[in-house]
Design a protein around this ligand. Structure first.
Ligand code: 6PG
Length: 462
């Protein structure tokens, strides 16, 4: 019997787009959705390539062993629910892919549980939104190395490509794929926030939306070129269809989130790794939603604009450096997590698959690849020659931008954090000797002397 190549469970926006992408690349699909209509609609649209299944039994029976099934269901309990019902129907050697934004520790647990039943489970990051899923996303599969061959042809065929290489590569064991996607989103939050701060400072300097769009388009012909800069320019040109205004001016100043940026911040704290820009980007969204509190304190520090504002090239150069710091913190998290967990993450390969398809695709990623090519075990990207040079050259612009914003009461949490990060790296002293002394004073926690080894206690004030 002629069976389907792959099963897709969950035909929401992302699931449906990935299913169509698979079919556009010649694969046949068995589709299942809890509410039946989306699967039936897909089968009607692609009668030659798609079969709508009403039950998991039917889906499983439509696939040849070893079966490959892609789940695109909301992260959390829904993933466990599908696994609970589906897995008893599967056989040893079958492969299950979770393409949602699952928490990587859940993925590691699920993978272990399914491995015990002989099923290969792949926690797989998929980035690129609806359009990416349809035309070629960036894909980050993590799971059992030996089973990867079963899913490789599907994922690497439908992924975006750059320079003839698919934007998909085996990431590592356990929850490594979802970890990499989580931090990708942390970087995504940071770059989005940096661009919103560029927009804010340019707008507070008296520029129109159209003028800022022009600037962003110009910027996109320089080293800061990225998908996010491009869409930010597009956004600023969009007209509202319900008023005479630009659409951007009709959107509430409060941003939500689905949790991956929060997870990145929590994980950075757990790893004791300073990813201050990624964390501040999440906090900036939280702060934007403190509407009542913001209303009460509105005007305490009134924004005082001056005609012309800060020159745009200074802001662009500050953005260029702050963005490198955000990526350096994100890739630093990868380096640290890889060492802690023994994942052997290939950071050059990760930079490579981010170059197309995903939300954080940017020209900068080629430089990041070059840095890891020269030094695969680089702990912090800022140490690479091209980035330490950029730091030297652009730090003055970053400082000027932050000082302008402080003087004019324009809140720029990410730019400010970027400057603080550099000043912490650069300073002679961070005052931590005082912290050591305080801890020893009130809690006998001991301290380290600059002229000796080990920890000592002092009887303070006695
Ligand atoms: C991607 C995105 C995507 C994410 C949305 C919403 O890489 O395609 O990261 O996976 O879910 O951008 O994220 P927030 O709602 O948390 O902003």
């Amino acid at each position: 019997m002629n069976r389907q190549d792959i099963g897709v469970i969950g035909l929401g926006v992302m699931g449906r787009s990935l299913a169509v992408n698979l079919m556009n690349h010649g694969f046949t699909v068995a589709g299942y959705n809890r509410r039946r209509e989306p699967a039936q609609a897909l089968a009607r649209e692609y009668p030659e390539k798609c079969i709508a299944c009403a039950t998991y039994q039917e889906l499983v029976s439509q696939l040849n062993a070893p079966r490959v099934i892609l789940m695109m269901v909301p992260a959390g309990a829904a993933v466990d629910d599908v696994i609970r019902e589906l897995v008893p129907l599967l056989e040893k050697g079958d492969a299950l892919i979770d393409g949602g934004n699952s928490f990587y520790e859940d993925t590691a647990r699920r993978q272990q549980e399914l491995a015990a039943r002989g099923i290969d489970f792949f926690g797989t990051g998929v980035s690129g939104g609806e359009e990416g899923a349809l035309k070629g996303p960036s894909i980050m599969p993590g799971g059992p190395r030996e089973g990867y061959a079963k899913i490789q042809r599907f994922l690497e065929t439908i992924a975006a490509s750059k320079g003839g290489m698919p934007c998909c590569t085996y990431i590592g064991p356990e929850g490594a794929g979802h970890y990499v996607k989580m931090v990708h989103n942390g970087i995504e939050y940071a770059d989005m926030q940096l661009l919103s701060e560029c927009y804010l400072i340019l707008a507070e300097g008296g520029r129109s939306n159209a003028a800022i769009a022009d600037l962003f388009e110009k910027w996109n012909r320089t080293e800061v070129e990225s998908f996010l800069v491009k869409i930010s320019a597009d956004i600023l040109r969009e007209k509202d269809d319900q008023s005479e205004n630009d659409l951007i001016d009709m959107i509430r100043d409060a941003a939500g989130n689905k949790g991956t940026g929060r997870w990145t911040s929590i994980e950075a704290l757990k790893q004791e790794y300073n990813a201050s820009l990624l964390t501040a980007a999440y906090q900036a969204r939280v702060m934007s939603n403190q509407t009542e509190l913001r209303r009460k304190f509105h005007g305490v520090l009134p924004v005082c604009t001056d005609e012309g504002g800060l020159d745009a090239e200074t802001i662009r150069r500050a953005y260029s450096l702050a963005k490198v710091i955000a990526y350096a913190q994100g890739f630093g998290l990868y380096h640290d997590a890889s060492e802690r967990n023994g994942w052997h993450l290939d950071l050059k390969a990760i930079a490579s698959i981010f170059r197309a398809g995903c939300i954080i695709q940017a020209r900068l990623l080629q430089d990041i690849m070059n840095a890891y090519e020269a030094e695969p075990e680089l702990a912090n990207l800022l140490e690479a020659k091209q980035f330490s040079t950029l730091l030297q050259e652009n730090i003055g612009d970053l400082k000027k931008t932050v000082l302008w914003a402080l003087a004019h009461n324009v809140p720029l949490p990410l730019f400010t954090n970027a400057l603080i990060y550099v000043s912490q790296l650069s300073a002679d002293s961070l005052g931590a000797n005082m912290i050591q002394a305080q801890r020893d004073y009130f809690g006998a926690h001991t301290f380290e002397r600059i002229d000796g080894e080990g920890h000592v206690h002092h009887e303070w004030g006695k």
